[in-house]
Design a protein around this ligand. Structure first.
Ligand code: SF4
Ligand code: SF4
Length: 283
């Protein structure tokens, strides 16, 4: 099962939740850091050595000695990544989506395969149970959905996975959510948290994903998230109390479940319940 931990806005505690779920489970689990522009799940764990691989995508190279300037490649490219000027073809790599349409359509075999490096993927065995797979986007690259897709392809389908999604509701977050079986939306009890949560719930519903809410920095006297959840029929999975001590742990790069054993039990139960309900729904 794939469980995506997402949030409509950054800074709500999404990575804290994703790492805590993985660390609390107590059985084999994969944690995929798909927040590829700012991956930091690894900071919460001891560095135990990692495998690294570069990730590259196709971009067209043009053999101008064969090109007749027929413009077939320009016509087929839906992303305006090619411009044919007389018998010269200009490639805009940042617009290319690597569909290879131009490669196949060229009647002169004037297009050949080139590679564009977009980032790398690291894989770490954190301990006997947790494997952390992280995508790291190359600085200045815009192809984060492609790298997120590659990270997810690395995951073993037989093992449960926690996906740490990029924040927001645009293409990278959708890419992280779309293959998941369940979406956990992390929010905080502020008007900003609520506004972005509404967008995130809408996104999960558009993708037809079941979802639930974890309220971080919860304060009993502020119930705007709980009221919204009740109105929308979205379950509150867990409430993490507002606490100076938890904030201190986080700022030191500590896993909150290692210093707060009571939270570890709660995270474990939350994850087990999601997995159990998913299995029951599949019967
Ligand atoms: S399709 Fe091939 S031959 Fe035609 S303009 Fe493009 S590269 Fe040149
Ligand atoms: S690979 Fe696809 S997106 Fe890229 S230039 Fe060719 S047709 Fe356009």
């Amino acid at each position: 099962m794939k469980i995506c931990v997402a949030s409509g806005k950054g800074g709500t505690g999404k990575t804290t939740v994703a790492t805590s779920l993985a660390a609390s489970y107590g059985e084999k689990i994969q944690l995929a850091d798909c927040d590829v522009e700012t991956p930091n799940a690894g900071i919460f764990f001891d560095d135990s050595g990692r495998d690294e691989e570069n990730v590259s995508l196709f971009i067209p190279g043009i053999d101008l000695t064969k090109c007749t300037g027929c413009k077939e490649c320009e016509r087929i490219c839906r992303y305006n990544a090619l411009a044919v000027v007389l018998k010269s073809v200009i490639v805009f790599p940042e617009l290319c989506h690597s569909c290879k349409g131009c490669l196949y359509i060229c009647p002169e075999n004037a297009i050949y395969e080139k590679e564009k490096l977009i980032g790398k993927i690291t894989t770490e065995k954190i301990d006997n149970n947790i494997t952390l797979v992280s995508g790291i986007l190359k600085t200045g690259e815009t192809s984060s959905p492609r790298l997120i897709d590659k990270v997810q392809q690395k995951l073993d389908k037989e093992t449960h996975s926690i996906i740490d999604s990029p924040p927001g509701t645009s293409c990278p977050a959708v890419e992280a959510m779309k293959e998941s079986d369940y979406v956990i939306l992390v929010t905080e009890p502020t008007p900003f948290g609520l506004s972005d949560l509404e967008l995130a719930v809408e996104t999960a519903r558009l993708l037809e994903k079941p979802c639930g809410i974890i309220v971080n920095k919860n304060m009993p006297e502020v119930d705007i998230i709980q009221k919204y959840a009740q109105k929308e029929g979205v379950p509150i999975l867990m409430e993490i109390p507002y606490s100076r001590e938890l904030a201190k742990d986080y700022s030191m790069g500590n896993l909150v479940v290692q210093t707060r054993k009571e939270l570890m039990e709660e995270f474990k139960t939350t994850l087990e319940n999601i997995i159990r309900k998913n299995e029951e729904a599949a019967i």
